[in-house]
Every structure is written in structure tokens, then in C-alpha cells.
Design a protein around this ligand. Structure first.
Ligand SMILES: [Zn+2]
Length: 288
């Protein structure tokens, strides 16, 4: 599943091409992806303009005029493809040749804009969704989802982070940072990377952490997510434009899925273990 850096990359890419566009049509062949019947959904958004594209946790928000918002979750295999005059932008899960054939057999929703450009929602397993909400509804929804702070904003402070750790002392650190109630946007890739950066085994209990270790995790979250956004994310996110740019953080990963290979810091062997049902890679020498 795309994590914060991948979803942020998609949002930033879409913002560049969608803001100011007016919706002239919408179609969807999978009712469960929507929270309104198709006819009503399409009637509400027709003639509305895209004002902004934002992100909250791992969701993309299309802000429309008249205070309507479309909340998009890519889930396991979702992909957004924008095609305009001479440009094609792909975000989310990789599906081969997405720009060549549109719509294709994985296309389940299509937004058409007044300039005839289109935004396609492709999804192999159909777990993704595009839900329509009023702005004020959205705020309540985020509260209901019990979403924790955005790690790259000022609401995520060292003090608040330390306090949140006290609430779940028995939790393993990797599970803790992957739990959106504590901090949003971190999945398996970046959780492994943060643990390596912090010198902590993914299964370390929160209650065993010292002040310096807590500080290191906090710094690791900020540093690694920021670097990953700058590199346009990892593997999952292919952002392709006329310049052919794609996400390149995969080359910078220090530990994720490197089990059986040499640790880049000490040369020892990277091991793996299951933490909360997820395969985790770590270095037994560098991580305590
Ligand atoms: Zn090592």
C-alpha cells in the first residue's frame, strides 16, 4: 500500500494538473467504491471545479467548489492516471502500460473535465474508493477515524510524541509508529527504515525506550519521510510526466526487504522477523 511519501507525491502531481479544471462528467462501474448512487454522485460534482488537491494520512482529497470534497483511498492496488493534451501522469500502484491504453480493464472510475482531459481510477483488486463529502462532514470523519497527527506538520511535536508513547507501553515500536492513531502515514517500508535509523529493533517494547531513543525515532520519522517525498517515494509510486521522472527512494532504502544481505552500516547479515504479522528486516548488530 502506498505510504505517506507516495500519496503526497501523487497529490502534488495531481495538484499541478487538476487545479482550475471543471468537471463535466463522471462514470463508475463499481458502486462499492462510491458512497452515493452513481447518478446522484455524478449530478453533485458536475460543473464543480477543482480548487486544490491535498492529502490527509494516506488519503488524497480533491477539494471542489461549493465545499464538496472527494476523498480517495488507493488501498492495495489503486492507481490514478491523468491524461491531458500531450501529458500523462500516473500515481499510486504500478500497472504496466497505463498511459498507453485508457480506459483499460482496470479502469473503474473516470472523471472528465471541460477541456476533455480525464482522470482515471484504475484498481486491480477494487479495494480503493472515492467518497464524496461536504467539507464539514470530512472534519468529523477524520475525528471518527481517530487519525493521529500528520508527522510533517507542527502538530507533531516531540512532547506530543513522547506522551502518545505512554498510552501504549506494551506496544512494539514498529507497530506503534504504523498505527494511525499515534502518527499517520507510516507503513511497512518506512517503519523498517525508521527503526534502522533509530538503532532500534522493530520489536522493542515502547516501555523500554529511553529519552535519547525516543528522540531518535521522532527525528527518524521526520527525516526519512521528508527525504522520501523529495525522491518522489518508493517503488509503489510511479510518477511519469513528459520528463519521464519516477520515484527513486527505493535506491536509498537501508534495510527494508534487505534480509539475507549485508548491513550497509556494519557489514553483518540483515535478519528478518514478523512484527504484528508484517515481515520486518533489521540488523541485529546496529539495532538493539
Ligand atoms: Zn548493521
Amino acid at each position: 500500500m502506498p505510504e505517506l511519501p507516495e500519496v503526497e507525491t501523487v497529490s502534488q502531481g495531481l495538484a499541478k494538473v487538476l487545479v482550475g479544471k471543471k468537471i463535466s462528467g463522471f462514470d463508475c462501474d463499481t458502486p462499492k467504491m462510491l458512497n452515493y448512487p452513481l447518478k446522484k454522485y455524478a449530478a453533485i460534482i458536475r460543473s464543480l471545479e477543482v480548487v486544490a488537491v491535498k492529502r490527509r494520512a494516506k488519503m488524497i482529497i480533491l477539494e471542489l467548489t461549493s465545499d464538496w470534497r472527494i476523498l480517495i483511498h488507493l488501498k492495495m492496488t489503486g492507481q490514478l492516471v491523468f491524461r491531458g493534451k500531450g501529458e500523462c501522469l500516473i500515481g499510486g500502484h504500478t500497472i504496466d502500460k497505463s498511459c498507453e491504453q485508457l480506459p483499460n480493464k482496470f479502469t473503474h472510475a473516470t472523471f472528465t473535465f471541460s477541456d476533455r482531459s480525464r482522470l482515471y481510477f484504475n484498481d486491480i483488486r477494487k479495494f480503493g474508493w472515492l467518497r464524496l463529502h461536504r467539507q464539514e462532514e470530512l472534519e468529523k470523519l477524520f475525528v471518527k477515524m481517530a487519525l493521529g497527527p500528520e508527522p510533517l506538520t507542527r502538530e507533531f511535536t516531540p512532547g506530543k510524541f513522547a506522551k502518545s508513547l505512554l498510552r501504549r507501553p506494551k506496544s512494539k515500536i514498529k507497530q506503534f509508529i504504523m498505527d494511525a492513531r499515534n502518527v499517520v502515514g507510516i507503513g511497512n517500508i518506512y517503519a523498517d527504515e525508521v527503526c534502522f535509523f533509530s538503532g532500534l529493533r522493530p520489536d522493542r517494547r515502547v516501555e523500554s525506550l529511553g529519552q535519547t531513543e525516543i528522540k531518535k525515532i521522532y527525528q527518524g520519522i521526520k527525516k526519512i519521510l521528508t527525504a522520501a517525498i523529495a525522491a518522489r517515494g518508493t517503488t509503489f509510486s510511479n510518477y511519469v510526466n513528459s520528463n519521464g521522472e519516477a520515484g527513486s527512494y527505493a535506491k536509498k532504502l537501508k534495510v527494508y526487504q534487505r534480509y539475507g544481505r549485508k548491513c550497509l552500516r556494519c557489514g553483518g547479515e540483515i535478519k528478518r522477523q514478523k512484527v504484528g504479522g508484517r515481515t520486518s528486516s533489521y540488523c541485529p548488530t546496529c539495532q538493539k
